[in-house]
Design a protein around this ligand. Structure first.
Ligand code: ZN
Length: 55
């Protein structure tokens, strides 16, 4: 049986690494896991700027 749901196998480590980082667009925000334009991403909880899209 295969249980692997590989939606974004290469992106997951990137998201895990970015989660919790300080936002680069504002002073008080922290990056948190969210969905941006239908994709898994990390998004600043304060200003909403995605942290992983530019990689
Ligand atoms: Zn921010």
């Amino acid at each position: 049986m295969q249980q692997l749901d590989e939606e974004s196998p290469e992106l997951e480590p990137v998201l895990a690494a970015l989660e919790g980082d300080d936002c680069t667009h504002c002073d008080s925000g922290t990056l948190t896991r969210d969905v941006y334009k239908g994709d898994d991403a990390v998004v600043c909880e304060a200003c909403g700027v995605p942290g992983a899209r530019s990689l």
